[in-house]
Design a protein around this ligand. Sequence first.
Ligand code: FES
Length: 284
Amino acid sequence: MSDDGGRTGRPAERVVVAAFAVCVVAALALAVVYRRGGHPQLEGVLLTLALGGLGFGLVTWARRVLPHQEEFEDREVLPTSHEERRQFQDTLEAEEVIGRRPLLVRTLAAAVGALGLAALFPIRSLGPHPADTLERTSWGRGRRLVDGEGQPVRAADTALDGLVTVFPEGDVGSPDGQAVLIRVRPGLIEPVAGGEGWASEGLIAFSKVCTHAGCPVGLYQADIHQLLCPCHQSAFDVLEGARPVFGPAARPLPQLPLRIDDEGFVVAEGDFSEPVGPAWWDRR
Ligand code: FES
């Protein structure tokens, strides 16, 4: 070990240990703040201190603690005696710089461990994997359509050119199950391929969640049979499977297959024809 390494190494090592200690304290404080409900500004400061301490410590270690001089000599056959090897070992163990390295390694391990611990809490907050739950709603075969009060919708009570917001029975207010039920003259409907029979007596239903960015599509212009989204003015032709005819929406509103049961109530024949919501969900 060179003289230079000894002179500059000790203060620099204290700086490295201090930087890693800052990282440990900041990371643990970050975990505590997050666990107690969070504080965005404080969390930002603590994360900066934690990452900054770790980075500063590593850079200082690399630049001021590790030796940089290159030393070389001609290689010769240099047999060493047992006594010489023992003296060399004694010298290594007596050298303080060497003795301090475990401290640096331990503080580095503590800093990385504390940061990893702090990262566990946000990772746990992500919750369970959604699997295919984004592709299904609570609609199912035989499920009645109910209004916002939970009252089943009778086909006979639905006015021509009228619009009713409906939900699956037992799931009133469902964000992804909400739908609009519209009655048009039966002869006007042009069913989509595979969707023949999804409309009964002129009753058709589509997801109320806009396929552009998820706003509720709740406006109906009966004279041109178009559903309108108030957010960015997308328009959907209900006679052609809610095909988008204007605006940024690129995908039709998913359709809910319907039938009318023996008691005259409107019921679903299954779930929506496609996953509801913005089209970019398809790219996940
Ligand atoms: S959310 Fe409907 S048009 Fe943008």
